[in-house]
Ligand binder design. Structure first.
Ligand code: IFM
Length: 441
């Protein structure tokens, strides 16, 4: 007798994710300055015109059977000059949030998704304590926009990505390559999260507040090398958990020898997470090297599945692992991003199937995963990779901005509506089971 397919419970939320700078268009912020300075290959420019086409984009989301929409508020629109709040922008966001709820989409709202107003790094950069008050003031304005709206709120998206890119490698704004400033910056981001949560609870109502943590599965690049294995343990703790731990315990404790170590108390941050937001894409293979920063980071394809178009391994087993690793917090979990750059649109359904299976596995093992937001609704501006990658469930013609459903839209809808996780029709031979990882060095 055939076993019936695994099911998502009726209360499980299917949704999609976006971020302002990647879709809205015509935003002046630290990234547009960065682009003008020639630091990236493409400019975001008109984005995919979501600022004007939001109505159509909410309808496309509803057509997927989805009931949640993740968006971000653009700080630079809201506070273009320090202390001057733009009423039209606040009103615009408010109207969008109301419209979203009216069509049956629960807003998941990010306050900070990588970008800053142009004055921020000059006047109150993250490594200085004044940054916390600046973010608190912005969060107060966001709280007014959110008042009475049944939203889920994310204060920061992927703070570790911002930190590594912006304060260690210096490849994204603020373009600082000084690890000594990175730990004060991370501490202040944690304090700013706590301050923002206070503002939201006081002025918006009792909304669940969390952050989105980019979580990677890590493996030793050389299975025989004990230093690679030691790195995996350190990186898993430092990259995946240190910031979350800080928001639960109120203590930021980072230990990455040769790169950064810190111990700070984050005032007000203890118990400041109502849920854990997980962004998961892939696995990284770590290799110890003898010169700073003492590690190399590689994407590999040891299981022969074929890398995704951006060059990342398709590794749903790692998704189960990172979801299970959130057990230590004992909090509800939202998958705030998961997606694939699939430029031909031929692998996305299979990606969804396998990653949804990971979610169900984690739920069966007792992790309270409440929802899954696919990154992204639309093809969009992918930061340093510009307009190359295509993560969208809807393909966007970047010349005409026309949206067109990819084959995965039907599959998304069938699972979101029926709740049964059946393999997609076009799925090819089963993924090879994970075998012991071959030594590469
Ligand atoms: O596009 C990004 C998003 O802004 C943050 N998380 C990862 C996505 C894909 O790289």
């Amino acid at each position: 007798m055939n076993a019936s397919p695994p099911r998502f419970p009726p209360e499980f939320v299917f949704g999609v994710a976006t971020a302002a700078y990647q879709v809205e268009g015509h935003i002046e912020n630290d990234w547009s300055d960065w682009e003008r300075a020639g630091r990236v290959k493409h400019v975001a420019g008109a984005g995919v015109d979501h600022w004007n086409r939001w109505n159509e984009d909410y309808r496309l989301t509803r057509d997927l059977g989805a009931t949640a929409f993740r968006m971000s508020l653009e700080w630079a629109r809201i506070e273009p000059q320090r202390g001057r709040f733009d009423e039209a922008a606040l009103d615009g966001y408010r109207r969008r949030l109301v419209a979203m709820t009216e069509v049956g989409l629960r807003p998941v709202v990010t306050l900070h998704h990588f970008t800053h107003p142009t004055w921020f790094h000059r006047e109150t950069p993250w490594h200085r304590p004044e940054s916390v008050a600046a973010f608190r003031r912005y969060a107060r304005a966001c709280a007014e926009v959110l008042r009475g709206i049944d939203a889920v709120v994310l204060t920061f998206n992927e703070p570790m990505v911002l930190l590594l890119g912006g304060y260690v490698q210096g490849v994204i704004p603020p373009g600082i390559a000084d690890p000594r400033l990175a730990m004060p910056a991370l501490g202040n981001i944690g304090r700013a999260h706590a301050a923002a949560r206070e503002e939201l609870l006081t002025h918006a109502g009792k909304l669940p507040v969390g952050t989105s943590q980019n979580m990677l599965a890590f493996s030793a690049d050389r299975a025989w090398n004990p230093m690679d294995h030691a790195l995996v343990r350190l990186a898993d703790e430092a990259y995946n958990h240190t910031f979350l731990e800080a928001l639960v315990t109120g203590e930021l404790r980072m230990f990455m020898p040769g790169l950064f170590t810190t111990r700070q108390t984050l005032e007000g941050a203890r118990d400041s997470l109502d849920f854990v937001g997980v962004n998961y894409y892939t696995r990284a293979h770590l290799r110890f090297v003898r010169r700073p920063p003492y590690l190399e980071f590689h994407y590999r394809d040891p299981l022969g599945r074929g890398l995704t178009d951006i060059g990342w391994e398709m590794y749903p087993e790692g998704f189960t692992q990172v979801l299970l690793s959130t057990r230590r917090y004992g909090l509800p979990v939202w998958v705030t991003e998961n997606g694939i750059d699939d430029r031909l649109g031929t692998r996305r359904s299979e990606f969804l199937w396998r990653h949804w299976a990971s979610v169900l596995q984690a739920r069966t093992a007792g992790i309270d995963v409440r929802g899954y937001l696919y990154w992204s609704l639309l093809d969009n501006f992918e930061w340093l990779e510009g307009w190359g990658p295509r993560f969208g469930l809807y393909h966007v013609d970047f010349a005409t901005l026309e949206r067109r459903a990819t084959p995965a839209c039907d599959y998304f809808r069938s699972v979101a509506l029926d709740r049964e996780l059946r393999p997609p029709r076009e799925v090819a031979p089963p993924l090879r089971a994970p075998a012991p990882v071959a030594a590469t060095g």
